[in-house]
Design a protein around this ligand. Structure first.
Ligand code: ZN
Length: 105
């Protein structure tokens, strides 16, 4: 099978970024909340940064602006919560996040 350059490794969270997510969440909530679906406290972190594309009147715009996020996943039921990567401090420099908390292009 030929190797495709999907960019997936570029979006993989580094150890430092994973630690930043943990620091951010700890600073905002002393106790990790229960999963709203199954009520367990068994959260994990997705391996990659996620992009949430902005709405364009029902049309999907490939390569358009997005909001960068990290994903918290309930290890029991799979419910996934999104945390903004800029607000949480995971993406810090201008190239990574041109607009704080805003959509990236
Ligand atoms: Zn759950």
């Amino acid at each position: 099978m030929s190797e495709l350059n999907t960019g997936i490794d570029e979006s993989r969270l580094t150890l430092e970024q994973r630690q930043q997510v943990e620091r951010h969440l700890t600073s905002k909530a002393a106790l990790v909340g229960k999963c709203p679906v199954c009520s367990q406290r068994n959260w994990g972190l997705l391996d990659h940064l996620l992009h949430v594309p902005i709405y364009h009147g029902g049309s999907l715009v490939v390569g358009g602006p997005t909001y960068p996020h990290v994903g918290l996943i309930c290890q029991n039921c799979g419910n996934t919560q999104l945390i903004n990567a800029v607000v949480s401090g995971v993406l810090k420099n201008k190239d990574e996040a041109p607009n704080r908390g805003q959509a990236n292009e």
